[in-house]
Ligand binder design. Structure first.
Ligand code: FAD
Length: 406
């Protein structure tokens, strides 16, 4: 007799686990609350799906117990994932930074490959089926549409509470709690940050290649270089998304949070002053704005002059003295922005927190609290940096679960 497995949720980790389990001759049924599977997966990577990364070093992962991720990620790394993708006809392409995508650059094609493979292997799908309760009898009972289904094992693959409109609403936490699990308080991560400094709102839409340092209680903690987007509520871009986890944790603890933006991370201050000095000499007689025109985004020019405290009567480049040039260079390398919040769960790509991993076996993903109950993907207290790490967690946790299930 084949063992029967129910998977609650039809997202990334569920589809992946269902394929491996079916290949291993388990009888798999997926219950998905949406009318379609993989709605979030289809929205990943701005529709391109940053599916994994060639560099899966463990420092890209976070959890209250970071050692939990070691076994799944090291067992099912980039090489193993790529090989597996070949077996199901999922073609991959990597860029120079190691970020990896489907060759089609189409997230929906990843959903199509996984869903069709699962169907081909005989996985049964119950769509529009929201599950909020499990009954642990001799078998595990699931009731939906007034029908009772009985399974040998149940996998909770419901995702987190990030971007509820795509399906995950935190219901997995409730199922886990009812089975005796602890939930590490979820906090939005990979999310845009808000600022009370209204003077930056006028920079809405300006995208820069900057280095951004996070300050917590005036202490520098982490610097990330990459794109930074100014918005009419605060800041966004990959640098901000990657700093948002620490920023939100600090805000939760009522710590002061600021970021310091260096618009020219590749130039030291002296080099910048010398460039400005040469420009000033070449552009003598022209208006001050010509000093920065074509050097920074045009929208930034009045903002930089104001921050650098260039007196209003200094209209011409010749009016600027050495101290002014130093102030402009200093401002270009250190714009301080206060952070007072984030756009929250509705906009966050993932959450930090979830089912406490101390209560899960990391070789099988089985609950230590309830036999026959398993978890994989983002419902667990594991999250990753930008760059394909969260989807890789979905694949790796599903892989060890499905490969080791007895
Ligand atoms: C906009 C956006 C872009 C992203 N881009 C990337 C990226 O490029 N690279 C990357 O690595 N990560 C990215 N992520 C994160 C990544 O999508 C998630 O980490 C990943 O999808 C988690 O997989 P999962 O299987 O745990 O959950 P999900 O993929 O969220 O799937 C959970 C499924 O369970 C269903 N469900 C929930 N509760 C129930 C219930 N009670 N009953 C039945 N069904 C239920 C949901 O409808 C959903 O379909 C992005 C996230 C977002 C929001």
């Amino acid at each position: 007799m084949k063992k029967s497995i129910a998977i609650i949720g039809g997202g990334a980790s569920a589809l992946f686990a269902s394929i491996i389990l079916s290949k291993r001759n388990f009888d798999v049924v997926i219950f998905e609350k949406n009318a379609k599977v993989g709605k979030k997966l289809a929205a990943t990577g701005n529709g391109k799906c940053n599916i994994t990364n060639q560099d899966l070093s463990l420092n890209h992962y976070f959890s209250a117990n970071p050692s939990f991720v070691k076994y799944p990620i090291e067992t099912f790394g980039f090489k193993e994932f790529s090989k597996f993708c070949e077996t199901i006809g999922l073609s991959l392409i990597s860029n120079e930074n190691g970020k990896t995508y489907p060759a089609s650059l189409q997230a929906s094609s990843v959903v199509d490959v996984l869903y069709n493979e699962a169907l081909f292997l005989g996985v049964t799908f119950h769509l529009n089926s929201f599950i909020d309760e499990l009954k642990f009898q001799e078998k595990i009972e699931i009731t939906t549409d007034n029908k009772i289904f009985k399974f040998d094992k149940v996998i909770v693959a419901t995702g987190s509470i990030a971007m509820e409109k795509l399906g995950s609403s935190g219901s997995g936490y409730e199922i886990a709690k009812k089975a005796g699990h602890t939930i590490i308080e979820p906090i939005a991560s990979l999310v845009q940050l808000t600022s009370p400094n209204e003077d930056i709102y006028q920079l809405n839409g300006v995208k820069t290649d900057s280095s951004v340092t996070l300050f917590i209680n005036n202490k520098s903690t982490k610097t990330i270089t990459g794109d930074l987007l100014f918005t009419n509520y605060g800041v966004s871009g990959n640098t901000i998304l990657d700093l948002s986890r620490d920023a939100n944790m600090a805000l939760e603890n009522s710590f002061g949070v600021d970021i310091l933006v260096d618009l020219f991370p590749k130039l030291d201050k002296n080099k910048l002053v010398s460039i400005l000095d040469n420009k000033a000499k070449a552009l003598k007689g022209k208006g001050v704005e010509f000093l920065l025109l074509s050097f920074v985004n045009t929208k930034l020019i009045p903002f930089i002059f104001k921050k650098a405290k260039i007196a209003q009567h200094k209209l011409k480049i010749n009016d600027l003295d050495k101290k002014d040039l130093l102030n402009i260079a200093y401002t270009l390398k250190s714009i301080k922005i206060n952070i007072n919040g984030s756009k929250g769960f509705q906009y966050g790509e993932v959450v930090a927190g979830g089912v406490c991993v101390d209560e899960i076996f990391n070789k099988t993903m089985e609950s230590k609290k309830q036999k026959g109950l398993y978890f994989c993907g983002e419902v667990l207290d594991v999250d990753g940096a930008c760059g394909g790490y969260n989807l890789h967690w979905a694949w790796a946790s599903a892989f060890v679960l499905a490969s080791n299930m007895q």
